[in-house]
Design a protein around this ligand. Sequence first.
Ligand code: AKB
Length: 320
Amino acid sequence: MKNILIIGSVGQIGSELTMELRKRYGNDHVVAGYRKTEPSEELANSGPLERVDATDVEKLNDVVKKYKIDTIYNLAALLSAVAEAKPQAAWNVGVNGVFNVLEVAREHGCAVFFPSSIGAFGPTTPLDNTPQDTIQRPTTMYGVTKVTGELLSDYYFKRFGVDTRGLRYPGIISSVTLPGGGTTDYAVEIFYEAIKHHKFTCPLPKGAFLDMMYMPDALDAAIDLMEANPSKLRHRNAFNVTAMSFDPEILAAEVRKHMPDFKMNYEVDPVKEAIASTWPNSMDDTAARREWGWNPKYKLPEMVADMMDKISAKLGIAFK
Ligand code: AKB
Protein backbone atom coordinates (compact mmCIF):
# COMPACT_ATOMS: atom_id res chain seq x y z
CA MET A 1 0.00 0.00 0.00
CA LYS A 2 1.25 3.48 -0.87
CA ASN A 3 1.75 6.22 1.74
CA ILE A 4 1.53 9.57 0.01
CA LEU A 5 2.42 13.13 1.08
CA ILE A 6 0.95 16.07 -0.84
CA ILE A 7 2.87 19.31 -0.43
CA GLY A 8 0.58 22.20 -1.31
CA SER A 9 -2.67 20.33 -0.62
CA VAL A 10 -4.79 23.47 -0.31
CA GLY A 11 -3.84 24.85 -3.73
CA GLN A 12 -5.82 24.63 -6.96
CA ILE A 13 -4.55 21.18 -7.99
CA GLY A 14 -3.62 19.97 -4.48
CA SER A 15 -7.10 20.31 -2.99
CA GLU A 16 -8.66 18.01 -5.60
CA LEU A 17 -5.67 15.69 -6.05
CA THR A 18 -5.58 14.97 -2.30
CA MET A 19 -9.26 13.93 -2.29
CA GLU A 20 -8.84 11.83 -5.44
CA LEU A 21 -5.78 10.05 -4.01
CA ARG A 22 -7.65 9.42 -0.72
CA LYS A 23 -10.47 7.87 -2.74
CA ARG A 24 -8.07 5.60 -4.61
CA TYR A 25 -5.56 4.66 -1.87
CA GLY A 26 -7.54 5.12 1.36
CA ASN A 27 -7.93 8.25 3.51
CA ASP A 28 -5.29 7.25 6.08
CA HIS A 29 -2.67 6.75 3.39
CA VAL A 30 -2.67 10.30 2.03
CA VAL A 31 -1.23 13.10 4.18
CA ALA A 32 -2.38 16.61 3.27
CA GLY A 33 0.54 19.02 3.75
CA TYR A 34 -0.20 22.72 3.98
CA ARG A 35 1.62 25.91 4.89
CA LYS A 36 -0.40 29.02 5.71
CA THR A 37 -3.89 28.73 4.24
CA GLU A 38 -6.15 26.65 6.49
CA PRO A 39 -7.44 23.53 4.73
CA SER A 40 -11.12 23.07 3.93
CA GLU A 41 -13.24 20.98 6.33
CA GLU A 42 -13.40 18.22 3.74
CA LEU A 43 -9.61 18.04 3.53
CA ALA A 44 -9.10 18.37 7.29
CA ASN A 45 -11.72 15.78 8.28
CA SER A 46 -11.07 13.10 5.72
CA GLY A 47 -7.47 12.13 6.54
CA PRO A 48 -4.14 13.06 8.12
CA LEU A 49 -3.05 16.68 7.98
CA GLU A 50 0.38 18.23 8.63
CA ARG A 51 1.68 21.76 8.53
CA VAL A 52 4.71 21.05 6.33
CA ASP A 53 6.52 23.27 3.91
CA ALA A 54 8.99 22.28 1.18
CA THR A 55 11.39 24.98 2.39
CA ASP A 56 11.56 23.43 5.91
CA VAL A 57 13.66 20.32 5.31
CA GLU A 58 13.63 19.15 8.93
CA LYS A 59 9.87 19.14 9.20
CA LEU A 60 9.68 17.45 5.82
CA ASN A 61 11.99 14.70 7.07
CA ASP A 62 9.93 14.23 10.25
CA VAL A 63 6.65 13.92 8.35
CA VAL A 64 8.11 11.47 5.83
CA LYS A 65 9.44 9.30 8.70
CA LYS A 66 6.29 9.59 10.84
CA TYR A 67 3.93 8.35 8.09
CA LYS A 68 6.44 6.06 6.30
CA ILE A 69 5.86 8.09 3.14
CA ASP A 70 6.92 6.44 -0.14
CA THR A 71 5.51 8.95 -2.65
CA ILE A 72 5.60 12.77 -2.56
CA TYR A 73 3.54 15.03 -4.83
CA ASN A 74 5.29 18.39 -4.58
CA LEU A 75 2.73 20.95 -5.75
CA ALA A 76 4.13 23.98 -3.92
CA ALA A 77 4.83 26.91 -6.27
CA LEU A 78 4.09 30.58 -6.85
CA LEU A 79 2.20 30.90 -10.15
CA SER A 80 3.61 32.92 -13.03
CA ALA A 81 2.23 36.44 -12.47
CA VAL A 82 2.84 36.33 -8.69
CA ALA A 83 6.34 34.98 -9.28
CA GLU A 84 7.12 38.07 -11.38
CA ALA A 85 6.08 40.24 -8.42
CA LYS A 86 8.02 38.10 -5.88
CA PRO A 87 10.95 36.49 -7.70
CA GLN A 88 12.96 35.70 -4.55
CA ALA A 89 10.04 33.89 -2.92
CA ALA A 90 9.34 32.07 -6.20
CA TRP A 91 12.94 30.84 -6.32
CA ASN A 92 12.86 29.75 -2.68
CA VAL A 93 9.73 27.62 -3.06
CA GLY A 94 10.29 26.58 -6.69
CA VAL A 95 13.98 25.67 -6.49
CA ASN A 96 15.14 25.37 -2.86
CA GLY A 97 11.87 23.62 -2.00
CA VAL A 98 12.20 21.19 -4.92
CA PHE A 99 15.81 20.46 -3.94
CA ASN A 100 14.74 19.70 -0.33
CA VAL A 101 12.00 17.36 -1.47
CA LEU A 102 14.41 15.48 -3.76
CA GLU A 103 17.00 15.19 -0.98
CA VAL A 104 14.43 13.81 1.47
CA ALA A 105 13.18 11.44 -1.25
CA ARG A 106 16.73 10.23 -1.88
CA GLU A 107 17.27 9.55 1.81
CA HIS A 108 13.96 7.73 2.37
CA GLY A 109 13.51 6.05 -1.03
CA CYS A 110 10.39 8.01 -2.06
CA ALA A 111 9.04 8.54 -5.56
CA VAL A 112 8.46 12.23 -6.45
CA PHE A 113 5.91 13.92 -8.72
CA PHE A 114 6.95 17.37 -9.99
CA PRO A 115 4.48 19.55 -11.90
CA SER A 116 6.29 21.62 -14.51
CA SER A 117 4.35 23.91 -16.82
CA ILE A 118 4.00 25.46 -20.27
CA GLY A 119 5.88 28.25 -18.44
CA ALA A 120 9.07 26.20 -18.85
CA PHE A 121 9.17 27.39 -22.48
CA GLY A 122 10.17 30.80 -23.77
CA PRO A 123 10.18 33.12 -26.78
CA THR A 124 12.78 31.09 -28.70
CA THR A 125 10.77 27.85 -28.34
CA PRO A 126 8.71 26.87 -31.41
CA LEU A 127 5.26 28.11 -30.31
CA ASP A 128 3.12 25.86 -32.51
CA ASN A 129 3.01 22.13 -31.91
CA THR A 130 5.82 22.67 -29.39
CA PRO A 131 7.95 19.51 -29.36
CA GLN A 132 8.63 17.44 -26.24
CA ASP A 133 12.37 18.05 -26.55
CA THR A 134 13.13 21.58 -27.70
CA ILE A 135 14.68 24.94 -26.79
CA GLN A 136 13.82 26.10 -23.25
CA ARG A 137 14.95 29.64 -22.49
CA PRO A 138 12.07 31.05 -20.39
CA THR A 139 12.15 34.77 -19.59
CA THR A 140 10.03 34.59 -16.40
CA MET A 141 11.11 33.61 -12.87
CA TYR A 142 8.31 31.01 -12.90
CA GLY A 143 9.81 29.48 -16.04
CA VAL A 144 13.33 29.56 -14.64
CA THR A 145 12.18 27.62 -11.55
CA LYS A 146 10.23 25.12 -13.67
CA VAL A 147 13.17 24.36 -15.98
CA THR A 148 15.40 24.00 -12.91
CA GLY A 149 12.87 21.60 -11.34
CA GLU A 150 12.77 19.54 -14.53
CA LEU A 151 16.57 19.32 -14.63
CA LEU A 152 16.89 18.52 -10.91
CA SER A 153 14.29 15.76 -11.30
CA ASP A 154 16.25 14.24 -14.21
CA TYR A 155 19.48 14.57 -12.23
CA TYR A 156 18.13 12.83 -9.10
CA PHE A 157 16.86 9.94 -11.21
CA LYS A 158 20.09 9.49 -13.19
CA ARG A 159 22.52 10.13 -10.33
CA PHE A 160 20.69 8.59 -7.36
CA GLY A 161 17.92 6.45 -8.86
CA VAL A 162 15.12 8.51 -7.26
CA ASP A 163 11.86 7.61 -9.05
CA THR A 164 11.07 11.13 -10.27
CA ARG A 165 8.21 11.75 -12.71
CA GLY A 166 6.56 14.93 -13.96
CA LEU A 167 4.33 16.75 -16.40
CA ARG A 168 4.31 20.12 -18.13
CA TYR A 169 0.81 21.26 -17.20
CA PRO A 170 -1.04 23.82 -19.30
CA GLY A 171 -3.58 26.19 -17.70
CA ILE A 172 -5.81 24.13 -15.39
CA ILE A 173 -9.53 24.88 -15.24
CA SER A 174 -11.56 23.75 -12.25
CA SER A 175 -14.76 24.54 -10.38
CA VAL A 176 -13.48 23.81 -6.86
CA THR A 177 -10.45 25.90 -5.81
CA LEU A 178 -9.51 29.13 -7.57
CA PRO A 179 -6.01 29.43 -9.01
CA GLY A 180 -4.02 32.33 -7.58
CA GLY A 181 -1.87 34.62 -9.67
CA GLY A 182 -1.43 32.63 -12.86
CA THR A 183 -1.47 33.91 -16.44
CA THR A 184 -4.14 31.39 -17.42
CA ASP A 185 -6.49 32.26 -14.49
CA TYR A 186 -8.81 34.16 -16.84
CA ALA A 187 -10.08 30.83 -18.18
CA VAL A 188 -11.50 30.10 -14.70
CA GLU A 189 -12.55 33.65 -13.72
CA ILE A 190 -14.67 34.00 -16.87
CA PHE A 191 -17.17 31.42 -15.54
CA TYR A 192 -17.71 33.19 -12.19
CA GLU A 193 -18.23 36.55 -13.92
CA ALA A 194 -20.48 35.03 -16.58
CA ILE A 195 -22.74 33.39 -14.00
CA LYS A 196 -22.79 36.47 -11.72
CA HIS A 197 -22.92 39.33 -14.25
CA HIS A 198 -23.23 37.85 -17.78
CA LYS A 199 -20.04 39.72 -18.71
CA PHE A 200 -16.27 39.50 -18.27
CA THR A 201 -13.30 41.83 -18.64
CA CYS A 202 -10.46 39.77 -20.06
CA PRO A 203 -6.82 40.46 -19.04
CA LEU A 204 -5.32 38.65 -22.05
CA PRO A 205 -5.70 39.97 -25.61
CA LYS A 206 -7.56 38.40 -28.54
CA GLY A 207 -5.31 35.86 -30.22
CA ALA A 208 -3.48 34.80 -27.02
CA PHE A 209 -3.70 31.07 -27.69
CA LEU A 210 -2.67 28.84 -24.79
CA ASP A 211 -2.96 25.15 -23.92
CA MET A 212 -5.55 24.29 -21.28
CA MET A 213 -6.93 21.26 -19.43
CA TYR A 214 -9.96 20.45 -17.28
CA MET A 215 -9.18 19.31 -13.73
CA PRO A 216 -10.45 15.71 -13.99
CA ASP A 217 -7.90 15.15 -16.78
CA ALA A 218 -5.16 16.91 -14.81
CA LEU A 219 -5.73 14.56 -11.85
CA ASP A 220 -5.75 11.46 -14.06
CA ALA A 221 -2.56 12.63 -15.76
CA ALA A 222 -0.62 12.90 -12.49
CA ILE A 223 -1.89 9.61 -11.05
CA ASP A 224 -1.58 7.64 -14.31
CA LEU A 225 1.99 8.83 -14.78
CA MET A 226 2.92 7.86 -11.20
CA GLU A 227 1.38 4.42 -11.78
CA ALA A 228 2.92 3.92 -15.24
CA ASN A 229 5.25 1.02 -15.92
CA PRO A 230 8.72 2.62 -15.54
CA SER A 231 10.22 0.46 -18.28
CA LYS A 232 7.96 2.28 -20.80
CA LEU A 233 9.10 5.78 -19.75
CA ARG A 234 11.76 7.17 -22.02
CA HIS A 235 11.31 10.70 -20.68
CA ARG A 236 10.03 10.32 -17.06
CA ASN A 237 10.01 14.04 -16.31
CA ALA A 238 8.44 17.05 -17.94
CA PHE A 239 5.96 15.35 -20.29
CA ASN A 240 4.06 17.81 -22.47
CA VAL A 241 0.33 17.24 -21.78
CA THR A 242 -2.55 19.21 -23.24
CA ALA A 243 -6.27 18.75 -23.83
CA MET A 244 -7.30 21.89 -25.76
CA SER A 245 -5.92 25.19 -27.04
CA PHE A 246 -7.97 28.38 -27.35
CA ASP A 247 -7.77 32.15 -27.19
CA PRO A 248 -10.20 34.38 -25.21
CA GLU A 249 -12.50 34.87 -28.24
CA ILE A 250 -12.96 31.13 -28.75
CA LEU A 251 -13.68 30.60 -25.04
CA ALA A 252 -16.19 33.47 -24.98
CA ALA A 253 -17.96 32.06 -28.07
CA GLU A 254 -18.32 28.69 -26.31
CA VAL A 255 -19.73 30.38 -23.17
CA ARG A 256 -22.21 32.22 -25.42
CA LYS A 257 -23.62 28.86 -26.60
CA HIS A 258 -24.96 28.48 -23.03
CA MET A 259 -25.62 32.17 -22.32
CA PRO A 260 -26.43 34.05 -25.55
CA ASP A 261 -26.30 37.52 -23.90
CA PHE A 262 -22.76 37.00 -22.51
CA LYS A 263 -20.44 39.93 -23.29
CA MET A 264 -16.68 40.18 -23.08
CA ASN A 265 -14.45 43.23 -23.27
CA TYR A 266 -10.68 43.60 -22.82
CA GLU A 267 -8.46 45.40 -20.30
CA VAL A 268 -5.15 43.79 -21.07
CA ASP A 269 -2.76 43.23 -18.15
CA PRO A 270 0.70 43.97 -19.61
CA VAL A 271 2.49 41.52 -17.28
CA LYS A 272 0.18 38.63 -18.19
CA GLU A 273 0.20 39.58 -21.87
CA ALA A 274 4.01 39.56 -21.91
CA ILE A 275 4.15 36.19 -20.19
CA ALA A 276 1.50 34.60 -22.43
CA SER A 277 3.25 35.81 -25.58
CA THR A 278 6.30 33.67 -24.70
CA TRP A 279 4.33 30.48 -24.02
CA PRO A 280 3.31 27.86 -26.60
CA ASN A 281 0.10 28.26 -28.60
CA SER A 282 -0.25 24.48 -28.52
CA MET A 283 2.03 21.66 -27.45
CA ASP A 284 2.74 18.29 -29.03
CA ASP A 285 1.99 15.66 -26.36
CA THR A 286 2.59 12.49 -28.38
CA ALA A 287 5.40 11.35 -26.04
CA ALA A 288 2.92 11.23 -23.12
CA ARG A 289 0.35 9.43 -25.29
CA ARG A 290 2.90 6.89 -26.47
CA GLU A 291 4.83 6.27 -23.25
CA TRP A 292 2.03 6.04 -20.67
CA GLY A 293 -1.28 6.30 -22.52
CA TRP A 294 -2.22 9.96 -21.94
CA ASN A 295 -5.69 10.51 -23.44
CA PRO A 296 -7.73 13.44 -22.06
CA LYS A 297 -11.51 13.10 -21.81
CA TYR A 298 -12.55 16.77 -21.88
CA LYS A 299 -12.37 19.03 -24.92
CA LEU A 300 -13.55 22.67 -24.93
CA PRO A 301 -17.35 22.04 -25.33
CA GLU A 302 -17.54 19.42 -22.55
CA MET A 303 -15.38 21.52 -20.22
CA VAL A 304 -17.44 24.69 -20.73
CA ALA A 305 -20.78 22.86 -20.29
CA ASP A 306 -19.59 21.28 -17.03
CA MET A 307 -18.06 24.53 -15.67
CA MET A 308 -21.26 26.49 -16.40
CA ASP A 309 -23.34 23.94 -14.48
CA LYS A 310 -20.91 23.55 -11.57
CA ILE A 311 -20.23 27.27 -11.01
CA SER A 312 -23.93 28.02 -11.30
CA ALA A 313 -24.66 25.39 -8.61
CA LYS A 314 -21.76 26.60 -6.44
CA LEU A 315 -22.93 30.23 -6.54
CA GLY A 316 -26.60 29.28 -6.32
CA ILE A 317 -27.37 31.40 -9.41
CA ALA A 318 -29.36 29.86 -12.26
CA PHE A 319 -28.39 31.05 -15.73
CA LYS A 320 -30.74 29.11 -18.02
C1 AKB B 1 0.08 29.97 -14.68
O1 AKB B 1 -0.65 30.58 -15.48
O2 AKB B 1 1.02 30.49 -14.07
C2 AKB B 1 -0.15 28.49 -14.51
C3 AKB B 1 0.62 27.69 -15.49
C4 AKB B 1 0.21 27.61 -16.89
O3 AKB B 1 1.60 27.09 -15.13
N1 AKB B 1 -1.55 28.20 -14.62
